[in-house]
Design a protein around this ligand. Sequence first.
Ligand code: ZN
Length: 417
Amino acid sequence: MTRAEKIKETFRETKERRKTQIAKTYCLKLQNISKAKEEKLLRAFLEAKWLYNWAIKQENIFEIDGSKVRKVQVKVGESFEERELAVLGSQVRQEIVDRIKDNIKALARLKEKGKKVGRLKPKKRVSSIPFKQYGVSHRIDFERNRIHLQKLGSFRVLGLHQIPENAELSKAVLIRKPSGYYIHITCFVPKEERPTLEKPVAIDFGIKDKLTLSNGMKIDFEVPESKRLKRLQRELARKRKGSRNREKAKQKLAREYERIENRRKDAINKIIAFLKLYSMVVFQQDNISSWHKGWFSRAVQYSGIGKLRERLSSSPLPVLEIDRFEPTSRICSKCGAYFEELKLSDRTVFCPECGNKMDRDLNACLVMLRKVSPALRVVGLDRPELTPAEREASARMLGSNPYIRVSYLCEAGSSYF
Ligand SMILES: [Zn+2]
């Protein structure tokens, strides 16, 4: 076999193998970073910025091989100075330039479609550096708990225990955050049979981090701002502008924000993982995107609902989004009658036609489920049905998170038990 044939063969084999695998990303934290290594890391992010800002200005970018770029022109004040890329490995440089090429191509495609597009803008700060090829640009030593990064050296990492033994390691990204340096490494692991509850579920999104499920579950998730955050905000306000102490206080505050954000992300991940057990997730589209433009956009971002909805819409699990104009809360889930008199403040619906008395959000959920029932053969849904399997799964998957509260509506749907 020639070299070219060999590469082609390997490529084909990899493609076959990927069919039986799924990609997972694991987060590792760099630890015990010495002063010298930290300086190298800072320099790497600086060089990545220089390279990026230089490359987007090159007219002949598509002829440039990033791995061969060793020096770039950097704008200093009104003039340009030459800087050496000393700590960015060849693979890293190549990937940074290739990503720019991809972005330019994507912009061109949008332009063809008649969208208004701008040019890539110079960056003030770069916070991620790509490492493309496992074994070349980066390598993990599981025995010694270390990762080796091309040209940057070896670092102790925390979190390797998450990676299963049969994982095939792939590309990685070095990320800097207020709390330190992280590696997000992509691994391919064998696909598992997805355990499923073999039934669909409908969700009503309330305001303020509250979900109602068609099985009568209510999930509340709220990650409050910590006392520490409020204290740090007060401390920052007292520090003199431009002082070193103010910088320090700012960093502490950024780290606390990151901590709270992580708790919120974790709560959302747990809820998504639970919903993945269902064969389908039904929910109503919402005009949250239009809220974002409004004056209380901050409140919406602070609630996790927007994020959760976004994750659901883009996740690979089967979802069905019902049109936002469907009056799901105004229809009786039992007989289909229309509630003329329902006010926004009514938390319970009462149907004069059939006598159905039910929690308002649960009723909306059941209306949504009914919409898909012909295809899904949902029958006899005149009350929420919660199986022991669902109860067990929710306790196991949601119970361990202190920011998630689960309660259940009783069969009649009007009170809790
Ligand atoms: Zn009715």
